[in-house]
Design a protein around this ligand. Sequence first.
Ligand SMILES: Nc1ncnc2c1ncn2[C@@H]1O[C@H](COP(=O)(O)OP(=O)(O)OP(=O)(O)O)[C@@H](O)[C@H]1O
Length: 349
Amino acid sequence: MTSIVLNAKKEVGAVQLAEPILDIRNLNVGFARNRLIAIDALDLTVRRGEIVALVGESGSGKSMTALTAMRLLPVGAGIISGEVRVHGRDLLALPPSAMNAVRGREIAMLYQQPKIMLDPTATIGRQIAEPLQIHRGLSLKDAWPHVIEALRDVGIPEPERRAMSYAHQLSGGMAQRVMIAAALSASPDILIADEPTTALDVTVQAQILKLLVRKRDEASLAVLLITHDLMVVSAIADRVAVMYAGRIVEEGETRAVLRSPRHPYTQALLRSSLLAAEEDGRLYAIPGSASAARGLSCGCRYHPRCQAARSLGIEERCRSQEPSLSTASASPGHQSRCWGVQVTAGGMQ
Ligand SMILES: Nc1ncnc2c1ncn2[C@@H]1O[C@H](COP(=O)(O)OP(=O)(O)OP(=O)(O)O)[C@@H](O)[C@H]1O
């Protein structure tokens, strides 16, 4: 993606006071068949009216985090322990029928491939009406004015005519707008957006991001934005959490993390992103592979790839002891999970 300048982040501090909407506590999820831990002791909070980006390489566990929160895990995956609280209520403890009432009403999800996710056999109007019928008990006739308004709100021209269209008649950008209208029609408090712009033409990516920002600002929507694109993070996220091999290794206010990344993995991720390439014209590939981390039972998961551990001469400690997430800078809430950061800050015991 080329530059998106939305200048859309909230003032630092504004969202820190807001109430937590999604609160994930010590979540562990794995696959029994190959004994893979996909999510490893994850803590993550998204507050009312903030956009939190979850970033990391392919396979780091971002989508599994989203699917766990929705209780839509793939076959073979299991929740080992932890909580996913929405408004304080643990979704993982709910019976399936109660979870059906929460999905769409309190927590909704936006997927990467909008045209695949839309039902090809139903008009888009019916698909936007469905959450209103299920969660608000409205008839299709009574839901219809809300459908037209929802389509107009997400910028679909001629909404009365478009409501009668089918998915194959829409462009990718329009289909994603329709998905947003459907996801938000029953007014959930949190939207999980899994790579919502990756499959779209660059010209419509910024429009969809702007729409999410407007929903955050007008409806105080909380958004968990899953992406590998640091340009997107830089444009719209209030906070960012960096995930590596199922673990959060750094988190904080977006500007602080992108301008002063502390964890060597975040630094490498930034160097390998288009944000850095724009400055020096070169693309960097992070040496090694994240798969090495999956077999580790102790120590820092990133240490096999970490140049800093070697140059600081602390490899043994990085190999044997897991660092905790600790405050990394003067910026509020900026934390990283790295012995090297603690050494250079003079805090190593
Ligand atoms: N259905 C599945 N069966 C087995 N392993 C899976 C399955 N889905 C995901 N995994 C594994 O779980 C881990 C986390 O995957 P996840 O899809 O959450 O990563 P991700 O960060 O979202 O990656 P991407 O950016 O490519 O979507 C990976 O090691 C992946 O191989």
